[in-house]
Write a protein that binds this ligand. Structure first.
Ligand SMILES: C[S@@+](CC[C@H](N)C(=O)[O-])C[C@H]1O[C@@H](n2cnc3c(N)ncnc32)[C@H](O)[C@@H]1O
Length: 238
């Protein structure tokens, strides 16, 4: 069993093939981001788990961003796939080791990056970090795979996942990804996980969107799609 960093180092040159297979979904999430932020000025942008940077660069171009851009990834090989954009700072490392005095009005963390964090505490600490790096009024958008997504994983698998969750099984939500020498573990979220991430922060959940993993069509409930969240740091708290 290898860790996320080694897994992505190993698959980096073929990553675009995996992305191509889910392009309807990925484009739908990108479109959601551009639409929901259409009327917001973006002053500083950080993308966490940027991978080959394709989607971050697409958003940077779309919004016409040209400074205070940071793209973070643990995997050196993934970052090497990036078609360099001179305006962006690349940070190769675990996001939890990122240190800067800069803040951002937009932070994204796209396509189940959060599923590669090893524990719930790591995910909670990440949300605290996001809060620290967001400017007041700034937005955090992330999406994760959803273990209650019947449309994608099928009724039987979801029924099994719900049963495991009720038993409070220690392994709930953890699944194998890939096989052989590339085997790693990935956490597939439930629609209820977000509560514990937000609770220790002042972040406000503004919108939850469910998107079909094959077609990219927006759905009305969590049994039919993956989970996309838009959160905001309040302008002032207290
Ligand atoms: C499924 S890929 C998504 C890449 C990109 N966001 C996209 O949508 O195409 C997940 C990426 O997250 C990175 N990653 C996972 N955990 C990380 C962490 N703690 N810090 C930085 N990067 C991380 C992996 O190296 C990998 O490149």
């Amino acid at each position: 069993m290898i860790n996320s960093k080694n897994y992505y180092d190993n698959i980096a040159t073929n990553y675009h093939v995996q992305a191509l297979a889910k392009m309807n979904y990925l484009n739908a999430v990108d479109n959601y981001i551009t639409q929901t932020l259409a009327n917001e000025p973006i002053i500083g942008y950080m993308d966490v788990g940027t991978g080959d940077g394709r989607r971050a660069l697409k958003l940077i171009n779309y919004f016409g961003l040209d400074n205070n851009i940071v793209l973070v990834d643990d995997s050196k090989e993934m970052l090497e796939q990036i078609a360099i954009d001179d305006n962006s700072v690349l940070f190769n490392g675990n996001i939890m080791n990122y240190k800067s005095s800069k803040t951002f009005s937009l932070i994204t963390c796209l396509w189940n990056v959060l599923g590669h964090f090893p524990s719930v505490d790591d995910r909670i600490n990440f949300f605290k970090l996001v809060e620290d790096y967001l400017q007041p009024g700034g937005v955090f958008i992330y999406d994760v795979n959803n273990r209650y997504n019947i449309a994608h994983y099928g009724f039987e698998s979801v029924a099994k996942n719900i049963t495991n969750d009720r038993l409070d099984d220690d392994n709930k939500g953890w699944f194998d990804l890939a096989t052989g020498a590339n085997k790693t573990k990935v956490y597939i979220h439930s629609p209820f996980d977000i509560e514990q991430y937000i609770e220790p922060t002042n972040l406000i959940l503004e919108e939850t969107v469910f998107i079909d993993y094959s077609t990219g069509v927006k759905k009305s409930n969590f049994f039919e799609g993956q989970l996309v969240y838009k959160l905001r740091k309040p302008h002032q708290h207290g």
